[in-house]
Design a protein around this ligand. Structure first.
Ligand code: ADP
Ligand code: GN1
Ligand code: MG
Length: 358
């Protein structure tokens, strides 16, 4: 680690370096220097990200673009290395980056109340708004087909055929649940192709713990984890946040009777999101927000299942069946969304019609 840290232009000498955060992809550390300055140090996951230099270019461009807009979002700032690049490479060829640690910010695993979730929605909504005039064509596609649900179905099919770990026979009900919804799962992809939905600069990983709320005021403070900022669909950004933060249970809950969609949280997110960027969304985009939540929830179920079948090579796990548990919890949540579909639609109508721009 020392060999990595000494490559960056840090303010002082590092005095401590501890593992930090609950991300599933990168390895994150909190580094404190003799000056009192604190940094986030991260090793970039090379299974997920094949071209780390491109990833760094995206993050640098997007964070600086948004910081200049002064819209009340504090953006992460990449720390330069001594060779003036914004990353370091260690002896094993692994890529590392350092950011200024944003102190006084809360990264939550679950909202404490509806206001937390409203504020998270404001942060992601503002973020998307701020990217509206970003030159999207200059962004690298850090993970090709990231939220291409049709492609995710094909990837799952390939993993079932390969059955690398002999696990397919244990997941029949999960596969039936997913493939019986195949047509519906492709809806947003088809709408994008036909021009019914616009491609925007989106975050693509809108988990609650990828946002910072201010510790004192509880207000939206920052948007983190810019690894997957790419052209995408607003419905998926909305949906992924709801999937994670409006679930009554943890992403890997094993007692499925505890897993359902909290309609109060769903409403709070919808309000925050529409308050922050609703005026800029098309009518179709607003109408498909609930569908975005359902489709992305099943898409995550598919991704966790694929990784379980492949032998847990993508998402970090800390117990052997965790990816299968994550998959089952997602599918249960999606089934519950289906059961509460009329209420989800009604809340959308109420929230959208009470906004003055409708
Ligand atoms: P991963 O891709 O593994 O999810 P993240 O970039 O999301 O990595 O970082 C993991 C966690 O570390 C975040 O969820 C957040 O809690 C914390 N974190 C990352 N960067 C910062 C920062 N600059 N300031 C404060 N906390 C941070
Ligand atoms: C990963 O990196 P993290 O933990 O914020 C994943 C997301 C998933 C999420 C599920 C690059 O997010 O797509 O929705 O896990 N990120 C990547 O918890 O694959
Ligand atoms: Mg993260």
């Amino acid at each position: 680690m020392e060999q990595v840290l000494q490559q960056f232009c840090l303010d002082g000498t590092p005095v401590s370096c501890e593992p930090f955060g609950n991300g599933h992809i990168n390895r994150t550390f909190r580094v404190t220097c003799s000056s009192g300055r604190v940094y986030t140090l991260q090793r970039i996951n090379r299974v997920a990200f094949r071209h780390p230099e491109e990833l760094i270019e995206n993050i640098d461009a997007v964070s600086r673009f948004i910081a200049r807009k002064d819209i009340g979002l504090e953006m992460i700032c990449l720390c330069p290395a001594k060779d003036s690049r914004k990353y370091a490479v260690d002896a094993q060829g692994e890529f590392w980056r350092a950011y200024d640690f944003i102190s006084g910010g809360l990264s939550l695993e679950a909202p404490r109340d509806c206001n937390d979730f409203y504020q998270a929605a404001v942060a992601f909504g503002k973020f998307q708004q701020a990217l509206a005039d970003f030159p999207a064509a200059t962004l690298h596609e850090t993970i090709p087909h990231f939220h291409d649900t049709e492609d995710r179905l094909n990837q799952l099919r390939a993993s079932v055929e390969a059955d690398a770990c002999g696990r397919v026979r244990a997941v029949g009900p999960e596969l039936t649940f997913i493939f019986s919804r195949e047509q519906e799962l492709g809806t947003l992809c088809r709408m994008l192709r036909s021009g019914a939905l616009p491609l925007r600069g989106t975050h693509n990983d809108t988990k609650l713990n990828n946002v910072l709320l201010d510790e004192q005021t509880g207000r939206a403070r920052s948007v983190l984890d810019l690894d997957t900022v790419m052209p995408g669909l607003s419905a998926y950004d909305f949906g992924d946040a709801v999937r994670f933060g409006a679930s009554s249970a943890a992403e890997d809950e094993t007692d499925l009777s505890k897993v359902f969609l909290r309609l109060d949280m769903y409403r709070a997110y919808l309000e925050g999101y529409l308050d922050a960027c609703g005026h800029a969304l098309t009518e179709n985009e607003i109408n498909v927000l609930p569908l975005g939540a359902k489709i992305i929830t099943i898409e995550l179920g598919m991704r966790f299942l694929k990784d379980y079948l492949d032998g847990d090579v993508y998402f970090k796990i800390d117990r052997p069946t965790q990816n299968l548990d994550r998959c089952r919890a997602q599918l249960r949540l999606a089934a519950n969304m289906e059961a509460q579909w009329p209420q989800m639609q009604q809340i959308l109508r109420e929230t959208a019609s009470s906004r003055c721009w409708t």
